[in-house]
Design a protein around this ligand. Sequence first.
Ligand code: AR6
Length: 169
Amino acid sequence: MTPRIELLQGDITLLKVDAVVNAANKSLLGGGGVDGAIHRAAGPGLLEVCRLLDGCQTGEAKITKGFKLQADYVIHTVGPVWHGGNNDEEKLLAGCYRNSLRLASDYKCKTVAFPNISTGIYHFPRELAARIAIIETRKFLEESQLPEKVIFICFEKENLDIYRQILNM
Ligand code: AR6
């Protein structure tokens, strides 16, 4: 159990948190999956500012306002595409969590929600991805007062069960 970690199942676009993390691609110009859902819910203002960001490297993160979302900010991070595991996928996914949390802390966010980055269209193995997300988040929270709370929001029950088991929740 980690008191500053919370687990939910559902749609990240509906959450009233300080920041939601988006599983984007390197262009930061929208796409399918959670990226498409976040852009739809935030409205066209989000795409307009994303055009000014000059993309984002895999494992890195950039921040924008949340526009029509309930969340104040969107932290856009680019997860690795799973190519079998010998292309730094684990390190890059860890970077997504670490760099997103650092931005959240820099912007004084108390609550941050993460989707299961890379486990959809990018095919990262779900259990390995969950372990990396949890390890990286715990490490960060040990060293930082902010964010006060990190929410892992799973769209599918399968991912929720994986997180429940690892977190013992
Ligand atoms: N709320 C929370 N989680 C969601 C939602 C939602 N509304 N919709 C999907 N998920 P994916 P990736 C889950 O494919 O694998 C985009 O086209 C989904 O079930 O969205 O990192 C980008 O532009 C899965 O568990 O992201 C990139 O090109 C998780 O979010 C590419 O997909 C991530 O799935 C990124 O692929």
